[in-house]
Design a protein around this ligand. Structure first.
Ligand code: B12
Length: 322
């Protein structure tokens, strides 16, 4: 608190000039963001989410960065993030990242979409700065509140796509992808654990990623989504060798086998599950863009290709319930 500017802006919506840029009173921030003044004071007292400056008389004076933090807090609370957690996210956000966030008036999107955007933004930023705690908190919150299918489709997958695009553009390193998958995967596995369906003797579904396929998070998400519907499954992991998958199928006799492939096989060969002799009694469901070469081929086993999480869960549920 080095600066103690004397201001007379109480109640005005336009901030006074200061050596540090614009400063806003509680009333101005309240009017600008449509948040009650007492709420702003509570957030300051309870969570330390307050102004950088006070006048000599002790009145709060918010800088543009302070206002951006309050605005992020408000959006997260609107989304349903508990206030204490929202405050931690807002306080941990770096100043440069806050300033690049468009204001609601600049977004031209409806409120519900804005809430989703703010969660995607917050996840992307947390991943970019390798903020593991925020990734876990927000990721967990999103799937708890929205459910796995909606949480994955509306928030987690868009955030992952954005990080993938930033990796492809050379803006972030692969460690960001690793940490993000690790933290989100842990939160999704918590859902599966809570439902305890993995303890069931019968695994109705066996899932894996294809033999040379490192991408696996969609399988972890699908496992959690099936657990929400109380459908027990066994997920074998990334890069599952064909022989291991077959052994699991023989042992657990599932009704459905789900296989994920993000990338086509490196050697260009089509590793169609139809090549497997043991999959003849199962429904085979393929997910991910890497299977495109298999599609359209005549298959001796029943093979379906699904293109999103909701269709995958619905199809698998209908197959295991028949
Ligand atoms: C996390 C991640 C990783 C992690 C994976 C960790 C893990 N446990 O899964 C790690 C770091 C290991 C990794 C490695 C690699 N990755 Co990577 N990775 C990703 C990232 C960011 C998310 C992957 C993911 O979960 N995707 C699932 C969802 C989020 O993707 P989506 O596009 O929305 O999915 C579409 C459909 O699949 C479907 N869908 C979405 N969810 C679900 C769920 C179900 C059940 C179903 C059925 C459908 C479905 O809807 C979408 C619309 O079509 C993606 C970015 C991306 N766009 O996917 C890159 C991405 C897939 N990776 C890519 C690459 C190049 C690699 C590497 C080759 C190089 C690298 N980055 O190091 C390696 C090697 C991988 C290998 N040989 O297997 C590229 C692939 C480009 C391409 N098509 O050729 C991507 C697209 C990044 C990019 N923009 O360039 N990766």
């Amino acid at each position: 608190m080095n600066q103690r500017p004397s201001t007379r802006d109480r109640g005005l919506h336009t901030p006074p000039a200061s050596v540090n840029g614009a400063l806003w009173s509680v009333g101005s921030v309240a009017a600008r963001l449509a948040i009650a003044g007492p709420t702003l004071r509570t957030w300051d007292r309870r969570y330390g989410l307050g102004p950088s400056l006070r006048t000599e008389g002790g009145h709060r004076r918010y800088s543009e960065t302070d206002v951006s933090r309050i605005e992020l807090m408000s959006r997260l609370v609107d989304e349903g993030v508990p206030a204490a957690e929202a405050a931690q996210v807002a306080l941990s956000r770096e100043e440069s990242a806050l300033r690049s966030t468009p204001r609601p008036s600049e977004r031209k999107t409806p409120t519900s979409a804005r809430r989703t955007v703010s969660c995607v933004d917050a996840l992307v930023r947390a991943a970019t700065v390798l903020d593991a705690a925020t990734l876990s908190r927000l990721g967990g919150h999103v799937v708890d509140r929205r459910g796995v299918v909606a949480g994955w489709t509306q928030v987690l997958a868009p955030a992952l796509r954005e990080i993938g695009d930033r990796w492809a553009a050379g803006e972030v390193g692969v460690e960001v992808e690793h940490l993000m998958s690790e933290r989100l995967g842990a939160e999704l596995r918590t859902i599966t654990q809570i439902r305890r369906v993995h303890r069931a003797v019968t695994a109705l579904v066996v899932m894996a990623s294809a033999v040379d396929e490192q991408h696996y998070l969609p399988v972890v998400a699908l496992e959690a989504a099936l657990a929400e519907r109380r459908i027990p499954s066994v997920a074998l992991g990334p890069r599952t060798p064909a022989g291991a998958l077959e052994a699991a199928v023989v042992r657990r006799a599932p009704k459905v086998v789900f296989l994920w492939r993000s990338l086509p096989p490196a050697d260009g060969d089509v590793d169609s599950p139809a090549d497997s002799g043991v999959l003849r009694h199962q429904h085979v469901v393929l997910g991910g863009p890497g299977w495109r070469d298999v599609v359209g081929q005549s298959q001796p086993v029943q093979v379906a290709h699904v293109h999103d999480m909701a269709s995958a869960v619905d199809l698998i549920e209908s197959l295991v319930r028949t």
